[in-house]
Design a protein around this ligand. Structure first.
Ligand code: URA
Length: 240
């Protein structure tokens, strides 16, 4: 048995809050009987209608995918390029939570749960995202300090970031580091380093909240565990 608002939300009809409003407004029937009480539950065999239309039962699915470079994080591409959907099993209908650039690799969540996707990508939820970065040139202390304090990228000011594991290859003149940010603006990490004339030549998301890539090779995915999904919900509500 599951709460009606949850069933309606899972079917993609409305957010849980909107579903509650629909129930209270008398728009929902179970086996032909109008239900307005919010705690009401229904089982898999019950016939649920919203505004007279049948609610299709959908199971929520949550995956963690190790996206390789060379894949778009969209569900469809007009130019027929590879997308993250090409890496997922055919029978599940999921979509990526947020975006990684075409040439960025790393951790991306794939789900059919619109509510969690909305929560995780909402700017007010300060979920930590950690990236491994390789940039051209020598990263100077003053530059990493400025990046960590927040910098002006023209159209917005970045929030505080953390930079760890800084190293330099003096033969190839490349620097390496991990950067943790709590936002996800378009090309954000690339733009943060490019502000100091360091071109990002490799970018990989290694952590998303509590999740990392342990045990996965590029192109592989795994199902999220219940406790991981709960943890993500908590983080998206309370921040890291
Ligand atoms: N920042 C970027 O610049 N690109 C990504 O794909 C992710 C974060």
């Amino acid at each position: 048995m599951e709460r009606l608002q949850k069933i309606i939300q899972k079917a993609g009809i409305a957010s849980r809050r909107k579903a509650e409003e629909m129930i209270s407004a008398g728009r929902v029937t179970v086996n032909g009987v109008k239900v307005t009480e919010l705690g009401s539950k229904a089982g898999p065999k019950d016939d649920i209608l919203v505004d007279g239309k049948k609610v299709k039962r959908v199971d929520l699915a949550y995956f963690l995918l190790y996206k390789p470079e060379g894949y778009l994080s969209t569900t469809h591409d007009n130019f027929n390029r590879l997308t993250v959907m090409d890496l997922m099993p055919q029978e599940v209908s999921v979509f990526p939570v947020g975006r990684l650039d075409y040439n960025t690799s790393g951790l991306i969540i794939m789900t059919n749960d619109g509510e969690i996707s909305h929560a995780l990508t909402h700017p007010k939820f300060k979920l930590e995202k950690e990236y491994y970065v390789k940039v051209t040139g020598l990263l100077r202390k003053e530059e990493t300090r400025d990046i960590c304090n927040g910098i002006d990228l023209g159209d917005f000011f970045t929030q505080k970031a953390k930079i760890t594991k800084v190293s330099y290859d003096d033969k190839k003149e490349h620097s390496f580091c991990n950067i943790t940010i709590t936002e996800g603006k378009y090309h954000q990490v690339k733009r943060m380093f490019e502000k100091f004339d360091h071109k990002v030549v490799k970018l990989k998301r290694v952590r998303y909240g509590v999740l990392d890539l342990k045990g996965l090779n590029k192109g592989e995915y795994r199902k999220l565990k219940i406790h991981e999904i709960k943890k993500l919900w908590n983080l998206s509500e309370n921040g890291n």
